[in-house]
Design a binder for this molecule. Structure first.
Ligand code: DQA
Length: 147
């Protein structure tokens, strides 16, 4: 099994960026932890981050030939990008939406996810653990689908 972990805008600044909200761990360190977990499970995992909406969309398209599932933190694109949402619907690759923060407990504009309706599910509020939970949930989902 191959899982792609895709991160959107500003997530390259994790560790520096509002640590009170997003924690002090860098994205590289979160990815290292996920890689260890994935290796222990015999799963292949590949990481990607971009600050550009179009690049995120291209990466989701590229997953067509390569990934069984996607763990996606779309950053602020979560709240308004119909284009990212349509990319997920187009490739039909099972996608789990993850967020470090509990978006539902924050500003009103963060309460809406235009991605959630096309995702398998959403995990938010557990910091770096959201990614681990997202990966585990995705693997269980793929197993249950016989994929
Ligand atoms: C985020 C939540 C978004 O609202 C925000 O724009 C981000 C990070 C999170 O992981 O908590 O960039 O996706």
């Amino acid at each position: 099994r191959t899982i792609w972990v895709i991160n959107g805008p500003n997530l390259n600044l994790l560790g520096l960026r509002e640590p009170g909200v997003y924690g002090s761990q860098s994205l590289a360190s979160i990815e290292e932890g996920l890689l260890e977990k994935a290796e222990a499970l015999g799963v292949s995992v590949t990481f990607y981050q971009s600050n550009h909406e179009g690049d995120i969309i291209d990466r989701i398209h590229a997953a067509l030939d390569h990934a069984d599932g996607i763990v996606l933190n779309p950053g602020a694109l979560t709240h308004y990008s119909y284009a990212v949402r349509d990319a997920i619907s187009s490739v039909k690759i099972p996608t789990v939406e993850v967020h470090l923060s509990n978006i539902h407990a924050r500003e009103t504009f963060r309460h809406t996810s235009v991605i959630a309706p096309v995702a398998v599910g959403q995990i938010a509020g557990f910091g770096a653990v959201s990614y681990e939970l997202g990966m585990m949930a995705l693997l269980r989902h793929l197993e249950s689908q016989g994929q």
